[in-house]
Each structure stands twice: as C-alpha cells, then as structure tokens.
Ligand binder design. Structure first.
Ligand code: SF4
Length: 147
C-alpha cells in the first residue's frame, strides 16, 4: 500500500516539530527542511492545525509548535485520517468491475488494509523520532534554506 504524498508529509512535519525543542520553525523553514513545496506544506499544516496536532502563531516570533496531542498522536490514526478508509482498489468506479458484488479478493484486501492501519495504531509521533531519526532530523534542520 502506497501512502498519499500528503500523508507522508504530515508525518514528516510532525516528526520535524517533535524535535524542535523550544524553537518554533516557520512553515517555510519546515518545508525547506523536508524539500517540499511551501504551498503543499502549508495545506498540510492547516489540516494538522485543524486536528489540534500543531499550533501556528503568526507574526514576529511566531511559528509552528507540536501540541501535546500531536506528540502522543497515533501514527495509525493519522494515516487513517489522511488516507481515508476507502478500498485500496476502486471496484465500483466509472467502469465497475464485473466481480464487485461477490469478490473474495476485495474482502482479503480490506482485511489487509485494516491490518496495515492496526500495525501503526500503537506507534506514536514520539516513538518515530527516537534514535537515530531524531538526531538525523536535527541535522537536516540546520541546513541553510533556499526560501
Ligand atoms: S477483482 Fe475484486 S478487488 Fe479487484 S476490482 Fe474486481 S471486485 Fe475489486
């Protein structure tokens, strides 16, 4: 199963903010750290704010901080939210598959999808920035930004 780009970016932004300590990087800085377009990062930050996982303060001295809820957020819950829980195969799209009313493969794929999410449910944002990831994130966050 391949994650949407926005799901992966949401996780990367949360990881970056989880190691920010007392600093509050801006969306532009975080986008630079993660080598993603600013507009894409801004959209994902807005969604993370809406979910209560990130605080964003505007103006001088402003920036992004991870909330307590963001720090303990379940990776599985986050992936479910960003991916949605639709089928991994589009069985009933514009040209419905002739097997869609009684397909055993469809059921097996649904169970596999749920197992994928379930494996990520107990993993938190804090878990995924433990060594060696946290120090690596701190290293890349010190790079000069293009923007
Ligand atoms: S074969 Fe089954 S899983 Fe595949 S598209 Fe058809 S109904 Fe869906």
């Amino acid at each position: 199963m391949r994650l949407l780009r926005s799901t992966d970016l949401a996780l990367r932004l949360l990881m970056r903010l989880a190691v920010a300590g007392e600093s509050s990087p801006t969306t532009r800085e975080v986008a630079g750290d993660m080598d993603v377009p600013y507009t894409h990062a801004a959209k994902v930050v807005a969604e993370l704010q809406h979910l209560g996982l990130v605080d964003a303060r505007r103006g001088r001295g402003g920036g992004l901080t991870l909330t307590g809820k963001g720090r303990t957020a379940s990776v599985g819950a986050l992936v479910r939210t960003f991916e949605g829980e639709g089928d991994v195969v589009d069985c009933e799209g514009a040209a419905p598959c002739p097997l869609h009313t009684g397909c055993r493969l469809r059921g097996a794929l649904r169970r596999a999808q749920e197992a994928f999410f379930a494996a990520l449910d107990p993993v938190t944002v804090t878990d995924i920035v433990r060594d060696p990831t946290g120090p690596l994130l701190l290293g890349i966050s010190r790079r000069p930004h293009d923007a």
